[in-house]
Design a protein around this ligand. Structure first.
Ligand code: KE4
Length: 428
């Protein structure tokens, strides 16, 4: 049995100074029980906790570390960049470089604004869509998470297709009433709502592959219908690709499914592990953004030179011929290994993958939306999670989160993971 003494001690200390002992809720292991690991360092495919235990890591900081942890190209560039200062509050050439790399990979965008998180990106994109259309309401989907801006912490209201109700204390009802929350992959509800309310709808925001209830793929034709209906009614279609960007494919879910949204939100990978979010879109929309246009949005550390450096080096390395495909092949090999392990152990699971992100659900139901994802046996998942941790494999500490692959994961890592999964499946 692995020893977690130092992590436990650190967690006790953390609880006395930080709410829940963590700076982001999912890290607290509440969904799987036990105490969170406190990480000391990371390199390549592995993370190392305060007690010196090492783990093959599939959280990868919730997506950003697609090259693996502490990739030398990124760390060397950051070491040089630090000596030039850490922030200027003035424009730099590096911001142009990262913007150009992003626009090249996402041709649906003519211009892009850097911010500091995915939350800022989606919050700002919605404000711009409202400013552009002069309309107030938005549509989001059950199970999609777009960060913690008030109007997005909203669940389906009683009249599900009329307005939402707050999904967290502190969100005023009035905010929630401008958000309509629909079931995923339900064409009928979508058509009914847009037909009835298009005049007041500023935008639809969606995770084109939903990573925040695990890994839920769009039903065939769903995104195409969404694109047609929003275009027909002058509703801004926002793809929240904070997680799927540079993960489902190098060009995100929009390239994979061949859909051109009006706006895109990015984050995670484009910061290479430093705080970066971004939102962008067609020039006629982005010209609304201050100081070019009237819609205000700002940020002290937006476009921070260190964050830009990490993002530039990550995207340049990732854009090398064959690199993305290599990571995708690793993810496919893991998918095969996990599915085979579950089958041989006689455990019913459903595994979904989109490019380099994936999820194993403990259910025998087809998972296509929030309610079917919720059929998963979270008790079984928690037991599996703990077993895998004991065997040196770090999975996301929730059944309803995606796992991620990196360039640094070796065949040996993947073989170890599949073998550990077989033992864990047998044990739970
Ligand atoms: P951040 O504000 O956490 O940078 O991004 C918010 C966000 C927006 N859109 C999508 C599709 C996202 O997945 C996220 C954040 N993802 C979570 C993982 N499920 C971040 C992990 C956390 O909250 O600690």
């Amino acid at each position: 049995m692995r020893n977690f003494t130092k992590s436990k001690r650190l967690f006790t200390k953390a609880l006395s100074v930080i709410p829940g002992g963590v700076n982001s809720p999912v890290r607290a292991f509440r969904a799987v029980g036990g105490n969170p690991l406190f990480i000391e360092k990371a390199k390549g495919s592995r993370i190392y906790d305060a007690d010196g235990n090492s783990y093959v890591d599939y959280v990868l900081s919730w997506g950003p570390m697609i090259l693996g942890h502490a990739h030398p190209r990124v760390t060397e560039a950051l070491k040089k960049a630090v000596d030039k200062g850490t922030s200027y509050g003035a424009p730099t050439a590096r911001e142009i470089e990262l913007a150009e790399l992003v626009l090249k990979a996402y041709p649906s965008m003519d211009k892009v604004r850097m911010v500091n998180s995915g939350t800022e990106a989606t919050m700002s994109a919605i404000r711009v869509a409202r400013g552009f259309t002069g309309r107030d309401k938005i549509i989001k989907f059950e199970g999609c998470y777009h960060g913690h801006a008030d109007g997005l912490l909203v669940k389906a209201g009683s009249g599900a297709t009329t307005f939402g109700v707050p999904d967290s204390p502190g969100v005023p009802k009035s905010y929630a009433q401008n958000t309509v929350t629909l079931p995923l992959n339900d064409i009928k509800a979508l058509k009914q709502t847009i037909r009835a309310q298009w005049r007041s709808l500023a935008c639809v925001i969606i995770e084109p592959v939903v990573g925040n209830i695990g890994c839920v793929l769009p039903a065939p034709g769903y995104l195409e219908t969404l694109r047609e209906l929003t275009a027909k009614h002058g509703i801004v279609l926002i793809f929240d690709e904070v997680m799927t960007g540079f993960r489902v494919s190098f060009g995100g879910a929009q390239a994979h499914y061949g859909i051109r949204p009006d706006m895109t939100c990015l984050g995670k990978v484009i910061g290479g592990g430093l705080p970066v979010g971004a939102y962008g879109g067609k020039k006629e929309i982005m010209q609304m953004v201050s100081p070019e246009g009237p819609v205000y949005q700002a940020g002290t550390l937006s476009g921070n030179p260190l964050a830009m450096t990490a993002g530039i080096e990550t995207l340049r390395e990732l854009s090398k011929a064959g690199t993305f495909k290599k990571i995708e092949r690793k993810a496919a090999a893991l998918e095969e290994g996990l599915a085979d392990a579950a089958k041989r152990a006689g455990v019913k699971t459903r595994l979904y993958r989109a490019g380099t992100m994936f999820c194993t659900y403990f259910t025998d139901k087809e998972v296509c939306n929030y309610s079917t994802a919720k059929t998963a046996d979270t008790r079984k998942f928690s037991a599996f999670f703990s077993e895998m941790l004991q065997q040196g494999v770090n999975l996301a500490p929730s059944q309803f989160e995606a796992g991620f692959m990196s360039l640094a994961h070796s065949d040996k890592d993947i073989g170890h993971t599949a073998a550990a999964a077989y033992r864990a499946f047998k044990k739970i």
